[in-house]
Design a protein. Structure first.
Length: 272
């Protein structure tokens, strides 16, 4: 490619980005989240959209600080470079295509096909750790699984349901194979990880389903926030707190959760 072709390509790219910014509704939240793209991989609009969605997640978690939260994202376009980074800094085998490093306080991602989903998933972990340093695994992963399909439409934030997880839950329930809430919430973080194996991904599917249930109505969202508060203040474990906070206790929660599973629709989106 000669200099003239490079120049024209650069101009076209800039015009395209400006065009998107002009026709799209403004994504403004008072800049409560600032994304630090360490390797300078993301487009201006991708950064803006990520900041908007992560900012909405931050507000959902009850953080209304006037100081912005900085989320550092290190994206590798080379899989080999990503693996090298994991081996050097995570001192472990790469955990999939993305992870959040608590030690370095940054999101690390290999730019695969669905990398934008990873930005929101791992960014949620970063944000949640600020407001809740040691959350139970089902809650932390459930929130990230839920928010990872977030998108912007007409200046508002929505989440799309995940069809595969939805179908798994419906199949398990129909076949009498769905875990009881009592058993699932009794799992340690280590057992949660051990049980979360492909292709079923039992742990993340159950966690996503519970969060999707709570986020499906304003009343349930308020209950979820009460669960946050009780857990943060160490007033019991997840099972005890849900039994106390949910009207009718854990048995009513499980009954309504099962009913919700059977009525799930892949067409239903949730605004947050």
């Amino acid at each position: 490619m000669n200099n003239k072709q490079q120049y024209l390509r650069c101009v076209v790219q800039q015009v395209f980005i400006i065009g998107i910014l002009l026709i799209s509704p403004p994504l403004v939240l008072g800049k409560n989240v600032v994304l630090n793209d360490i390797n300078h991989v993301l487009s201006d609009y991708a950064i803006m959209e990520s900041e908007f969605l992560l900012g909405k997640i931050l507000l959902f978690h009850g953080n209304d600080s006037k100081e912005p939260l900085y989320v550092s994202v290190r994206i590798f376009e080379s899989e080999n470079k990503y693996i090298e980074h994991c081996n050097q800094f995570a001192q472990a085998e790469p955990p999939g295509n993305a992870y959040f490093s608590i030690v370095y306080n940054e999101v690390v991602i290999y730019k695969s096909k669905n990398y934008f989903k990873s930005i929101i998933h791992e960014g949620q972990h970063c944000i949640f750790r600020v407001t809740f340093p040691k959350p139970p695994r089902w809650l932390n992963e459930g929130l990230s699984e839920f928010f990872e399909t977030a998108y912007v439409s007409a200046g508002k934030a929505y989440v799309k349901p995940q069809k595969k997880k939805m179908m798994r839950l419906q199949t398990w329930l129909k076949n009498g194979e769905l875990l009881s809430i009592q058993e699932f919430l009794s799992w340690s973080n280590r057992k949660w990880r051990r049980k979360n194996q492909k292709p079923e991904n039992i742990s993340s599917t159950m966690s996503w389903g519970m969060i999707y249930f709570f986020m499906s109505s304003n009343e349930r969202k308020d209950i979820l926030k009460r669960i946050f508060s009780e857990l943060k203040n160490s007033k019991g474990d997840s099972l005890e707190i849900i039994d106390c906070v949910y009207e009718g206790g854990i048995s009513v929660f499980e009954k309504e959760f099962h009913q919700f599973i059977m009525e799930m629709s892949a067409k239903r989106k949730i605004q947050f």
